[in-house]
Design a protein around this ligand. Structure first.
Ligand code: COA
Length: 334
């Protein structure tokens, strides 16, 4: 059977996209650029010091053929980009001088390249902080129509294929939004549904998780989830979504039938939406360790064009995986 990632790589090869990797001075990024190019999943542009990049490639005996390198100390169109950034941020008090300084930074310049349509996506975060990567995405790529919240998702691949879709579950948000309000939580649900459609090609079944199922307990935290459910249904009336429900009601058919009879989601959820970052982050790590699941993410979602953060502890193969996933998502919106 073809695995989730094998399927992603096959799809990415059919419609490669142009990606900028802003952190070209990073060894893992150079390795990932070479790998993505050799696999034929992307046309790669790297920002960095050309001598340093060439030195890394030569030490690792890697060929940079087919990869474009832009010198970070001699960035084209810098004044034009800085002016555009200033126009975007001046109402928030940014000066032109500040805009110029920020625009020289790799991740912001890379995000501007996406904004200008020079590349299709950026993948960064091996060296930059989540705060910088997320600001670059929010300010320069911007959010999809109707969505205000940048969030992230994990694809979890479980050895037990009885869960989700043949063992595949999407979790959100385990990486970004710390304490979403109902509006943000509804954005997270709607966006994860859209991401699931892009990557799996089927309708998701979305469970809005809580410590209560269908009113079994009463608390303001449960009200937050039910309010988010109501808002998500308004934002995308086609979604198959239900809640509030406990994780066992979402995943186990017998429990779902008992606790949430008639639910279109209970017992067969493919997407789990967690009420906050505590539960989302803890759940993905427990699933990874205790259930021996593979976890891909956190990958950004909600921006006009896909882009993504990385963990600073990432491996080159993680970067290639994220590139491939973003290339497939792009192929669905182009
Ligand atoms: C996303 C995150 C990094 C942003 O933090 P930050 O840089 O301090 O951001 P701020 O709160 O100062 O907001 C910066 C801007 O982005 C906006 N913003 C912040 N989070 C946003 C989101 N999720 N979606 C859309 N916009 C957002 C803010 O409104 C603000 O806009 P403004 O400058 O126009 O007023 C923050 O949510 C965070 O730290 N999350 C936890 C990440 C983490 O530790 N994960 C670990 C598990 S992997």
């Amino acid at each position: 059977m073809v695995t989730f990632m094998e399927d992603i790589y096959e799809k990415a090869k059919k419609k490669p996209a142009k990606v900028v990797l802003p952190e070209g001075n990073d060894e893992r990024t150079v390795e990932a650029a070479v790998k993505a190019t050799q696999l034929g999943i992307a046309k790669v542009v790297m920002l960095g010091n050309p001598d340093k990049i060439k030195q890394i490639a030569s030490e690792k005996k890697l060929s940079l053929d087919g990869i474009e390198i832009i010198d970070i100390d001699n960035l084209p169109n810098l004044d034009e980009y800085a002016n555009e950034f200033y126009e975007i941020r001046k109402a928030k008090g940014m000066t032109l001088e500040e805009a110029k300084n920020i625009m020289k930074r790799d991740v912001y310049y890379g995000a501007m390249m996406v904004r200008k349509g020079i590349v299709d996506t950026f993948v960064a975060g091996a060296m930059n902080t989540t705060s910088d990567v997320s600001r670059a995405a929010i300010y320069l790529i911007g959010m999809k129509e109707g969505i205000k919240t940048l969030s992230s998702f994990f694809v979890m691949i479980l050895p037990d294929k009885s869960f989700g879709k043949d063992g595949i579950l999407f979790y959100s948000d385990g990486g970004l939004v710390i304490d979403p309000d109902p509006e943000q939580l509804s954005d997270i649900a709607v966006t994860t549904g859209a991401t699931y459609r892009e990557l799996i090609g089927e309708e998701p079944r979305i469970a809005m998780l809580s410590f209560s199922t269908k009113g079994s307990a009463k608390h303001a935290r449960i009200d937050k989830v039910t309010k988010a459910l109501e808002l998500a249904k308004k934002k995308d009336p086609t979604l198959i979504i239900d809640g509030e429900m406990q994780a066992d009601a979402a995943l186990i058919p017998a429990v779902g039938a008992k606790k949430a009879p008639g639910s279109p989601v209970a017992g067969k959820a493919t997407v789990l939406i967690f009420p906050d970052l505590d539960s989302g982050n803890i759940a993905y790590k427990l699933t990874e360790r205790l259930a021996k699941a593979e976890a891909y993410g956190p990958i950004y979602q909600g921006t006009k064009r896909p882009c993504s953060d990385l963990s600073r502890g990432c491996k080159a193969s993680d970067i290639v995986n994220v590139i491939a996933i973003n290339v497939v998502r792009l192929s669905k919106i182009n």
